[in-house]
Design a protein around this ligand. Structure first.
Ligand SMILES: Cc1cc2nc3c(=O)[nH]c(=O)nc-3n(C[C@H](O)[C@H](O)[C@H](O)COP(=O)(O)OP(=O)(O)OC[C@H]3O[C@@H](n4cnc5c(N)ncnc54)[C@H](O)[C@@H]3O)c2cc1C
Length: 815
């Protein structure tokens, strides 16, 4: 046996050990066997063997003798960690601790256990939830006239408010025991999604009382008396809630609100009681102008120690009836021409009795934790539903429009340029809905998956921006001219709202997803940090040592896995399924290992400084996010029992996501803090280069074609939005035209084949009459062509107005 063969065998053993995460003793045994082989088989000279044995002992002895290992390796590293560890504020710690980790942690850790993803049952609505969506929600959609709402009334009509309250739309999350509907997160998301496809203003109005706000906070943290009083009233719509956290001085950094309440005695209902004198100024508060109960976050202080503890008590949440003296509420903002109620409010020295604090005195100072915990689940429901609804609407209507709208004597959807946009719309809509359903199912299973919800909040609203932009481009002037016939313009206008609220997107991408992801998903990081901060220094040192060596094994394993999977182009990675989708599982497993390895190295090199390297952190966020979105798409395909006709959509989504993961890792390596190390790491991450490609033109063509005509795939893709063929409705007009155009397609094709062309100066009806007279076509065929023409005209029409369009009321002056 030659030296190279010997080395090859040892290397193969070491890689195999790394892949299976063998214990340290197995590593030591294999390394010893390798050196012995080299020595006794004469593969190296006696001098070389001595050097090998010396190297072996130098590494093996300290690693295998814990006291020595601690003295030589882990204690110096612990001292360094203690020095570089950035101080963590209480606020940051609570944000990091909030919620749970779930499937995204599997992807983060480099060895996803697919059974966790595929083992979960396909999420389904209950019979009751389904009939609510097919009944009252469908009826409400029929009542929502978005032009009337956004332009004429700048509000929902009174009968719509009344209908929403009567059918308990504001109590979807409130349990039945308190008169609510007690719906699952999936049902809540499905209701919002359907409403959003009809009127974003209507959807937001329903969304807010059901997301992060008084009801959610009361259910988890309220006293029994508060729950019994408020929850039924909120469910029945007798109280309209809002929740006020942010203000002029604290938006994204909401933990720094200057609003304050000082503990004092005050008069309430004729008695002297303990409470707070609260002063605040808030803005952008949804439903604020019409709220009857104001959820308020403020910082509590107790300078006179009336509560017997610290002076600075922390953020506290209270429910304040809006008719309380001193509450200023009622003016409104105009968020990009949307009509949902939103406005500022303030108060000065308003007395808030302790009973109004959510959860009472026991919860004073616990407000931030309550809010971030609620946000951990809540941000995965409402805005992703809005995004998915817009994606479905764009896919359904843009496809139909691109089929009925002709230019250069062809449907515009047949031009490759438009196909490219349609493919993006179709592929992204598939991915968005898959992620929406997967995440709400996790919430329904009891998880509060903090990182996954941040991923879907960010990516589904960003994908919404992309699909709505594409839809606008394909619609041309038809999307631009506002009026009752326009079903896209208002959606386009509201995109930045979704981007900004519940964690503005730039911040969510660059600070939250990876920042929180690394802390929550990494199997050793939190243990190491906790050990470094342990006031019992010797217990801390022992725990740090254990965590550190577990961590090293984890890093080596991921490196080996990434290399082996990379060299085999993913073929050696496991797949839980066979068939055409298996390769995507393998590629994802490969990217997951590479990601975990790279994330570890970045954490090692940058430590706490990674927090400030937001560009790097943002790319790590993208890598993790697109793995999550890809896996959600694969899960959806399985949940629908692998419909072959949907494969183009799935393939587009998977290829797109994998391409994005690859791009994120590539950019991380290019910008790695130590450049040379970045180049070396590239060998492990991309040993054969970057192999994933953006979905190609042939696939784009297949996806685009799916949007251009009715099919089960198109119905599955857009299921759950408001769909009508009623030509008196804005979207119904386009759906109706699609049916008519397709019905006339064969006749039209035949005329084109025979080059029968409408003469320039003859109107369409007269030309058809001529063709019937000349027996070129039958009367029935002429009817088909006429109906298609008329329906198309209605579908492509836009509104016009008198030259002096009514100005807004003169009384409507800004303050
Ligand atoms: C229509 C609407 C409805 C709303 N409803 C409510 C409500 O009901 N209740 C409520 O309390 N609040 C509400 N808000 C407020 C919303 O939560 C804030 O707008 C949001 O937190 C962002 O704050 P800001 O607008 O002040 O932007 P800023 O905080 O000034 O942020 C501006 C930009 O800077 C970025 N940024 C900030 N810090 C960082 C960072 N460290 N790293 C990277 N990027 C960063 C942000 O991502 C954003 O892009 C609403 C806002 C709007 C517009």
């Amino acid at each position: 046996m030659g030296l190279l063969t010997g080395l090859g065998i040892v290397a193969a053993f070491l890689v195999a050990l790394a892949r299976v995460r063998a214990p340290l003793v197995a590593w030591t045994a294999v390394a010893a066997a390798g050196v012995a082989l080299a020595d006794f088989a004469g593969l190296v000279s006696p001098g070389g063997a001595a050097v090998l044995w010396a190297l072996f002992l130098l590494v093996a002895v300290p690693f295998n003798i814990p006291p020595l290992r601690r003295a030589l390796i882990s204690n110096p590293l612990l001292a360094r960690t203690r020095r570089v560890l950035p101080p963590m504020s209480q606020t940051e710690r609570e944000a990091i601790d909030a919620g749970t980790v779930w499937w995204e942690a599997e992807l983060f850790r480099g060895n996803p256990d697919w059974s966790q993803l595929l083992g979960a049952r396909a999420p389904e609505l209950t019979e009751e939830e389904r009939s609510f969506i097919e009944g009252p929600v469908e009826e409400l959609c029929g009542m929502l006239d978005d032009w009337q709402i956004t332009h004429e009334l700048n509000d929902l009509p009174p009968e719509v408010w009344e209908f929403m309250k009567r059918h308990r739309f504001f109590g979807m999350i409130i349990p039945r025991s308190h008169d609510g509907l007690g719906f699952s997160a999936l049902a809540h998301s499905s209701v919002v999604m359907k409403l959003a496809s009809r009127s974003v203003s209507g959807a937001v109005t329903v969304m807010v009382p059901n997301s992060l706000g008084p009801a959610e906070l009361l259910m988890h943290y309220g006293t029994d008396a508060q729950k019994d009083y408020y929850l039924p009233r909120l469910a029945r719509g007798e109280e309209v809630p809002c929740f006020a956290l942010t203000g002029p001085w604290a938006g994204s950094d909401a933990g720094s609100i200057p609003d304050h309440g000082v503990v004092c005695m005050g008069r309430h209902q004729g008695r002297e009681v303990l409470g707070f004198r609260v002063t605040w100024e808030k803005r952008y508060i949804t439903l604020g102008p019409v709220a009857t109960v104001l959820g308020l976050a403020f910082k509590a202080y107790d300078p006179d120690r009336l509560l017997g503890g610290d002076e600075d008590l922390g953020i506290t949440c209270a429910l304040i009836p809006t008719n309380t003296p001193g509450v200023n509420i009622g003016r409104r903002h105009y968020p990009l021409d949307s009509a949902f109620q939103n406005g500022p409010n303030s108060g000065e020295d308003v007395f808030v009795p302790m009973d109004w604090v959510i959860g009472g005195e026991a919860n004073v100072g616990k407000g931030w934790r309550m809010l971030v915990e609620s946000l951990s689940a809540g941000r995965g429901i409402s805005l992703p539903a809005l995004g998915a609804g817009s994606g479905k609407l764009a896919a359904r209507i843009t496809g139909a429009y691109a089929r009925v709208r002709q230019q250069f004597r062809l449907p515009i959807g047949r031009f490759e340029g438009v196909e490219e946009a349609l493919a993006r719309i179709g592929g992204l809509a598939y991915m968005m809905d898959a992620a929406r359903v997967l995440t709400t199912a996790a919430i329904d299973s009891g998880e509060k998956p903090a990182v996954a919800t941040a991923i879907v909040k960010y990516h589904l609203t960003e994908a919404m921006r992309q699909v709505v932009n594409d839809a606008m481009d394909v619609h041309g002037g038809r999307g631009i001219c506002l009026g009752p016939a326009n079903y896209l313009g208002r959606v386009y206008q509201t995109v930045p709202i979704s981007i900004t609220v519940e964690g503005a997107n730039i911040l969510t991408r660059s600070m939250i997803i990876f920042g929180q992801g690394a802390m929550r998903c990494h199997p050793y990081l939190v243990r190491e940090i906790a050990a470094a901060g342990d006031p019992d220094r010797s217990a801390g040192a022992r725990e740090f040592d254990r965590a550190l060596f577990g961590h090293m094994g984890y890093t080596l394993t991921n490196a080996a896995r990434a290399l082996v999977y990379g060299l085999s182009r993913g073929r050696l990675a496991p797949s839980p399924v066979a068939g055409p989708t298996a390769k995507y599982y393998r590629r994802l497993a490969r990217m997951s290992a590479a990601y975990a390895f790279l994330a570890d190295l970045a954490l090692l090199f940058l430590g706490g400084a990674l927090k400030r390297r937001e560009m790097l952190s943002g790319r790590f966020a993208d890598g993790l996010s697109f793995m999550y979105l890809c896996s959600a798409s694969l899960k959806r395909f399985e949940d629908y029992r692998r419909p072959e006709a949907d494969l183009p959509l799935l393939e587009w989504a998977c290829k797109y996501c994998l391409y994005q993961v690859q791009g994120a890792l590539d950019e991380i390596l290019r910008n790695f803090p130590a450049r040379t190390l970045g180049q070396l790491l590239r060998v492990v991450v991309f040993p054969l280069g970057r192999r994933f490609r953006y979905p190609n033109d042939a696939l784009a063509h297949r996806v685009a074609s799916l949007l251009l005509e009715p099919s089960e795939t198109r119905d599955r893709l857009t299921a759950g939005i408001f769909i009508t063929e009623d030509p008196s409705q804005p979207t119904g007009r386009v759906e109706y035209a699609l049916r008519k155009v397709l019905a006339a397609e064969a006749v039209e094709r035949e005329l084109r084949k025979r080059t029968v062309i409408q003469p320039p100066c003859l109107d369409y009806d007269a030309w058809l009459a001529d063709l019937v007279t000349q027996q070129v076509i039958t009367r029935e065929e002429a009817d088909l062509l006429r109906e298609a023409r008329d329906a198309t005209r209605a579908a492509i029409d836009v509104d016009d107005f008198p030259p002096r369009r009514k100005a807004r009321a003169a009384t409507d002056k800004a303050a």
